[in-house]
Design a protein around this ligand. Structure first.
Ligand code: SF4
Ligand code: SF4
Length: 397
């Protein structure tokens, strides 16, 4: 199968498609209060440890009001301005929403020995309803990809399924592009197009600071109905389109997805992988920040008395030696072979397994790679090496 175009959201519309309402910035607190009154635990972006991360929130004052991020290869900085923008001046940070859906650690089995008997305990506390506020377009696409991986096919993950069913998604259209984003070339952003319950666009112009709200589901419609909203006008829609267009035009990186799968499958022995080997530290940061990486390992633990034992599922990374340990040895012994496996999975074999790309262009792996390895540069280098081999000039950056 040829993969000439990205398979996620490749025909993103240029404007909004559902019923649109507007509400003022003062009513954002009401949205959080309404969600809480519907028994949702509310999570959103907050500032902690000099980064914007996701955690529980109870009011707008918890959100990164006025904060701006600056991201580039191996660099992330926050600064604060007087502007009261809530979502529009930063993009994604080191956390992704997968920590609330496909959790970093999950106890699968717990057992207690009582004399000669073994009692199997209940490991799953009741999963609460949760509302995630501030979910970007790339992140909605990442959740859709994890849905395919963890819920598609004959075997689905019941823990992920329950969390997913109990989650309400309040998306936000991006008003700026992060320094490492490339969602526009992946067809996964910056406009939110599907998979949300409510989608907001923050508009702050002509002394009006307000949100344009788009309904994405009956659940979202019910929540929005409890807010004091008004119908959006044509001018509101134009303003929101301008916000999203700004993010699109700011985006400095891109990936050429033309036949990317075939390009990578042809280049398993490309010298570029050895070059990556010289730079990559196998730290696993790229896989841990990635919103689509889903690999886990299993760990069994006992207490010192041997009376209690547990089996835990934990996030794992294809960058560790142990990950490819088979029959007495690891089959990917160098950082370059591990990077090749990761990149080729994201942009080639993921299509074969799940019918979609494994990358949504969020740029996290570029920002948080301590040595600044840039997935867009590596893909371009592999593609360009074929042009050089064929005697053609390199593609323009
Ligand atoms: S591979 Fe990198 S850019 Fe792509 S989704 Fe994962 S973290 Fe984001
Ligand atoms: S590519 Fe960068 S982030 Fe990923 S393992 Fe290598 S050094 Fe770490």
């Amino acid at each position: 199968m040829k993969t000439e175009k990205p398979q996620v959201d490749s025909a993103a519309p240029e404007t909004f498609s559902t019923e649109l309402r507007v509400f003022t910035i003062d009513h954002l607190n009401n949205l959080i209060a309404v969600l809480t009154s519907h028994h949702y635990q509310v999570f959103g972006p907050i500032v902690r440890d000099k980064a914007i991360v996701y955690d529980e929130i109870s009011s707008v004052s918890d959100l990164p009001v006025g904060w701006i991020d600056t991201q580039t290869k191996a660099s992330y900085r926050l600064s604060k301005r007087a502007a009261k923008t809530v979502f529009s001046n930063y993009t994604v940070g080191p956390h992704s929403w997968k920590k609330y859906l496909h959790k970093p650690t999950t106890c699968l089995v717990s057992s207690d020995r009582e004399g000669a008997e073994l009692a199997i305990g209940d490991t799953q506390a009741e999963i609460p309803m949760q509302a995630l506020i501030g979910v970007r377009a790339c992140e909605l696409n990442a959740i859709a990809i994890q849905d395919k991986v963890l819920l598609g096919g004959p075997f689905s993950d019941p823990i992920y399924r329950e969390r997913r069913e109990k989650t309400l998604l309040v998306a936000v259209n991006c008003g700026k592009a992060g320094g490492t984003c490339f969602c526009a070339s992946m067809g996964t952003g910056p406009r939110v197009t599907s998979g949300f319950d409510i989608a907001l666009t923050e508009i702050n112009e002509n002394n009006r600071h307000y949100f344009l709200a788009e309904v994405g589901s009956p659940k979202g419609e019910a929540i929005l109905a409890e807010l004091p909203t008004e119908p959006a006008t044509e001018l509101d829609i134009q303003a929101a389109n301008r916000v999203i267009a700004t993010a699109t035009h700011q985006m400095g990186r891109k990936v050429d997805m033309t036949e990317i799968k075939e390009v990578l499958y042809r280049n398993t022995e490309n010298p570029r992988w050895r070059d990556v080997s010289e730079r990559c530290m196998s730290c696993s940061n790229c896989t841990l920040v990635c919103p689509t990486c889903f690999c886990t390992t299993i760990e069994d633990t006992t207490d010192l008395s041997g009376a209690k034992a547990e089996r835990w599922r934990k996030w794992d990374s294809c960058f560790t030696m142990e990950f490819s340990y088979i029959h007495g040895g690891s089959i990917r012994t160098s950082p370059g072979t591990r990077y090749r496996q990761w990149l080729t999975h994201k942009f080639a074999s993921w299509f074969d397994q799940f019918g979609t790309t494994g990358c949504v262009g969020c740029g996290r792996c570029i920002t948080w790679c301590p040595v600044g390895i840039d997935i867009t540069e590596e893909l371009r280098a592999i593609r360009d090496s074929e042009l050089v081999d064929a005697g053609a000039p390199k593609a323009k950056e």
